[in-house]
Design a protein around this ligand. Sequence first.
Ligand code: FMN
Length: 305
Amino acid sequence: MSPDLRVNIAGVEFENPIMTASGCCGYGEELATVFPLAKLGALVTKSITLNPRLGHPPPRTAETASGMLNAIGLANVGVDRFITEKIPFLEKQKTKIIVNVAGARLAEYVEVCRRLADVERVDMVEVNISCPNVDEGGMEFGSDPTLTEKSIAAVKSVFPRPVIAKLSPNVTSITEIAMAAQQGGADAFSVINSLVGTTIDVDTWQPRLTNNKGGLTGPAIKPVALAMVNAVYEKCRLPIIGIGGIACASDAVEFFLCGATAIQIGTSLFVEPDLPVKMIRGLKEYLKKKKQGSIRDLIGKVRKY
Ligand SMILES: Cc1cc2nc3c(=O)[nH]c(=O)nc-3n(C[C@H](O)[C@H](O)[C@H](O)COP(=O)(O)O)c2cc1C
């Protein structure tokens, strides 16, 4: 019998635990030319804000050792165009749809979620309280426990389906923020967003990003992400979606063992857009080799010294 890859997060059933990470495949249209999106457990959209945003001027990405920096600046079409122009495409995809939401002010998060509440096709929202790339990118909401609790509670009051809090690694204690999000009524966590970093051109002495700094992602951040997933798993009782540098099935397995129920693939999609499909095969082979019937049998099973 084929191993069972299904997982359940906050009552939502996913065919498999593989999701795209926000900002790494827009609204899914291009990725759908590579493989049917039905192969994914869920598609997570780019952060959606109240008004359209152009983001920062280029250069806004730069390659680094085992990763990349980006300072896109939350470029997106805004919630109204998202609903009229992108939802009709997403409605046809046989996968779960998670809309990532960002804002400058709490009222903006709330208004975006209020408008998404009526769109039944949106299965969950993922609240980006962790964007390091814009001054008003919500990181203040994700680095102060009181604001975290307040913002999650406010979103919960207008959005009737499950709410995921996407946590920032750029904090002193990620578990303190996770506990605050749980207190605010979050249904799940996404762990982690990018780490603040920069890179300098030594000829011009200028940063290689017009925003001067950006978010570090890719394989370089995987060990940080794993430690944070495990810390949140041990402290909190909500399901975790693990994110950070996942580039193959065995990377994903590490996240499940550390406590993730599902994973997201970001930077690696730029290198290998069909990675989700390969990963489904890889996870099934791994489960067979380890004589495990279900991916759920791995969650949190790390054997610590
Ligand atoms: C180009 C780029 C754009 C991103 N945009 C967003 C975004 O709009 N909202 C968000 O919550 N995270 C965004 N992220 C962060 C990713 O969703 C993910 O948390 C991070 O990249 C770590 O995963 P990875 O190492 O697999 O890329 C972005 C990442 C990249 C590389």
